[in-house]
Design a protein around this ligand. Sequence first.
Ligand code: ATP
Ligand code: MG
Length: 303
Amino acid sequence: MNTKQVIKRAHSFAKPFRVTDRRGFSLKDIDPGDTLQFGSEEKPRAQEALAIGIQALAELQDMLYAQDRWAVLLIFQAMDAAGKDGTIKHVMSGVNPQGCQVDSFKAPSAEDLNHDYLWRCMQRVPERGRIGIFNRSYYEEALVVRVHREFLEKQTLPPELVTKNIWTHRFQDIRSYERYLARNGVIIRKFFLHVSKKEQKRRFLERLENPEKNWKFSANDIKERAFWNDYMDAYEDMIRNTATPDAPWYVVPADNKWFTRIVVGAAVVEALDALDLRYPKVSKEKLKELSAAKQVLLGGEKS
Ligand code: ATP
Ligand code: MG
């Protein structure tokens, strides 16, 4: 398959799940079990598509690194057991580790809480030429913090700033911040891995029953599951308010891990391809230098 075909295929996987418009988005329109035209019998063909996507990604990343102009920030949000970790592991499996970084944002530390909520994430935005991954992010500020008001209290904000408009303000600020990053050459793609409540239950049970997966289970996961509907409302509102052409959300069906990985891989390939990356052109002086070095190596050098 040539590059053009790979890109075309990437578009067909990513586009159905891309949200760029703040109006009209409804979570119920995306089925967590969706696999487009692929039935489970076609899984091997789909996995081949993933392998091709990973290969394309590795080539694009090499140019991103060499060109050293753009940075890429991939943000992952999801309910527990939706497959964030596995998706990151698989999709990034072909890239050069020197050109990428992963940061996980868990419950904030005392130092984090003493700052504005973007502070800890801002420090981890990737530098030019690199791909940065946020495993959870400042979006938790409109999710877990919205579902559990006690987290907001821990932030010790001046009380007059904590009004009923606080979520609207957070969305405005996040949109502005992402626009700022986009204007500075940071390409942002956001992924909500949309798992169903039923599939989450199946995966939790698997974690409880399989000794090799026990470590993945946390009692807190069950507590959060009880707030499922609140989380879905918060996710929907968050996507409606922060999906923009510069920083789109991809609402990725997550009941089938193999499909999730293909869609995320395709979205990243698509994002990098849109940058028209190329290796830096070497100047005339540099070419002379290279040719002189070659002569030294091939010619008079004493061995
Ligand atoms: P795993 O797949 O291993 O469970 P995880 O991302 O769920 O990975 P955990 O340590 O289980 O990692 O959970 C991190 C927790 O931190 C989540 O429950 C998340 O909601 C919480 N968290 C993240 N950011 C914030 C925040 N700003 N305020 C409060 N809680 C937060
Ligand atoms: Mg967890």
